[in-house]
Design a protein around this ligand. Structure first.
Ligand code: ADP
Length: 218
């Protein structure tokens, strides 16, 4: 059975999720309280509804409970985002993803029971900062407050050496979980795997250790 999604708030973030889900062939209901946003997404989403989601009655009428996953992408109006999430939770929606504007917002969302909380601006800012400092860092994904996964292009300094030679785990406390080489991906590479120039290393570790690795090993 196809999964059914609902996206609440069709700004740049919610709109982009909505468009992408539709392109991936998913059933997606687009919701916003602004008529012009609904007009824009009516042809893109499977259905589009103009509604204020801080009203419980409205969400009940839409049958929001039956959706597999609801994404709350309400922007600046933190109060509306919290209230909407609370109602979705009370109505028994099985999976709720919410965009947080700041750490306080996230704290409240966590207390209410949002399943996934995302910070697109903060995360993209971090990614760009790492990429600016080191061109080798392609991507940076936060796992917790202190741990991340990074995608790093192997520098000439690393190439030609085996993982065991480089002794990355002992020196920096980070692990190489996979190597992307062209179209191939080596998951959990062996210690004797030789790193080639241009390989993309997917590493996991504490932020401070990853930063040290970026500064010293690349
Ligand atoms: P972004 O930063 O993603 O562009 P915006 O603040 O522009 O965020 O978009 C948020 C969207 O959420 C807007 O289109 C706005 O109309 C919608 N929105 C805000 N409050 C509600 C609400 N109570 N019910 C439904 N949609 C809402």
């Amino acid at each position: 059975m196809k999964k059914e999604f609902a996206v609440i708030g069709l700004g740049r973030f919610g709109g982009s999720i909505c468009r992408e889900l539709a392109e991936l062939g998913m059933q997606v209901l687009a919701i916003d309280h602004k008529e012009e946003r609904i007009n824009k997404y009516a042809a893109i989403a499977s259905h589009a509804v103009c509604a204020d989601t801080t009203e419980e009655k409205v969400l009940k009428e839409i049958g929001i409970r039956n959706f597999d996953h609801v994404i709350v992408a309400i922007g600046d109006d933190i109060q509306a985002s919290i209230l909407t999430t609370l109602i979705l939770k009370e109505l028994g929606v099985s999976k709720i993803t919410v965009k947080a504007q700041n750490d306080y917002h996230e704290k409240v969302l966590r207390k209410i029971g949002a399943d996934i909380i995302v910070h697109p601006e903060r995360d993209m800012g971090r990614r760009i900062a790492h990429n600016i400092v080191s061109n080798n860092v392609l991507d940076y994904l936060e796992l917790s407050d202190e741990h991340s996964i990074a995608e790093i292009v192997a520098s000439n300094k690393l190439s030609g050496h085996s993982i065991i030679d480089l002794n990355i785990r002992a020196k920096y406390g980070i692990n190489i979980v996979a190597i992307k080489r062209g179209n191939d991906i080596l998951v959990s590479p062996q210690a004797n795997e030789i790193i080639h120039s241009g390989d993309i290393l997917i590493i996991i570790g504490a932020d401070s250790d990853i930063s040290r690795f970026e500064r010293k090993a690349l």
